[in-house]
Design a protein around this ligand. Structure first.
Ligand SMILES: C[S@@+](CC[C@H](N)C(=O)[O-])C[C@H]1O[C@@H](n2cnc3c(N)ncnc32)[C@H](O)[C@@H]1O
Length: 217
């Protein structure tokens, strides 16, 4: 039984519509997500491929799980080791490794090619609201910049994918691939943005202008 409001269950719900689902995961640690993906894949004739920079090989001894200890930015090495994904693609790619906007965008930009048609990349920890409740400045900025980097990829690739943001908990972004396995995304170019100082200033200027209008009407 899935709770569609829970970010992890959303991923399971998504991948449960696939035949012999192939899951590629970046970031294992103690294996909380990994074990849930493995449990799902064992019941649904699927496979799970996980990467972590530290040794997480003891997380499971499941036959349908492959673990690779490496930096997930070593793209060629990862795909050479996970040849099945290199040849046929993955249905779901879950990014929960190094939480830094540039890192996340590199992972998306590279591995998007290896996503099957109608597959999706999910990026964890993109809603800073729970952190802002704790007044945690730096982690809030990291989450916001990560979401910005996902959006920047999307705005450069509206022909290739669609984007959905789920706000429950720490948030989850879903990039849904519209085209076939092997089709590469467009190169990400910076998108113009306004000065953030002006954004803070605008409501105050607006109030002052309304005040002047009311005085001199
Ligand atoms: C947030 S934890 C993963 C949590 C896990 N997905 C879960 O739900 O329990 C992040 C993991 O990413 C790994 N990591 C950090 N940088 C990495 C990199 N460049 N390549 C691969 N793994 C990395 C860390 O070793 C850590 O185990």
């Amino acid at each position: 039984m899935y709770n569609i409001e829970e970010p992890f269950d959303l991923m399971i719900d998504f991948v449960s519509k696939k035949q012999n689902p192939i899951i590629l995961e970046f970031g294992v640690e103690r294996g909380s997500s990994t074990k849930r993906f493995i449990d799902f894949a064992e019941k649904n004739s699927g496979k799970v491929f996980s990467v972590d920079i530290t040794d997480c090989s003891k997380v499971s001894d499941s036959k349908i799980w492959r673990f690779l200890q490496t930096d997930d930015l070593k793209f060629n090495y990862v795909l050479d080791q996970f040849n099945e994904i290199k040849q046929n693609g993955a249905d779901l790619i879950y990014i929960d490794s190094y939480h830094e906007a540039g890192h996340v965008q590199k992972l998306i930009s590279y591995y998007f090619t290896y996503l099957k048609k109608d597959g999706a990349i999910f990026v964890d920890d993109i809603d800073s609201f729970p952190l802002r409740l704790q007044k945690n400045t730096w982690s809030s900025i990291i989450y916001d910049l990560t979401l910005d980097s996902v959006k920047e990829f999307y705005y450069n690739n509206t022909d290739n994918c669609s984007l959905k943001i789920f706000h429950k908990g720490n948030g989850l972004a879903m990039l849904y691939k519209k085209n076939n396995f092997g089709v590469s995304p467009n190169k990400v170019k910076k998108i113009w943005n306004y000065n953030f100082f002006l954004r803070t200033l605008y409501p105050k200027l607006k109030k002052i202008s309304q005040l002047f209008k009311s005085i001199f009407k």
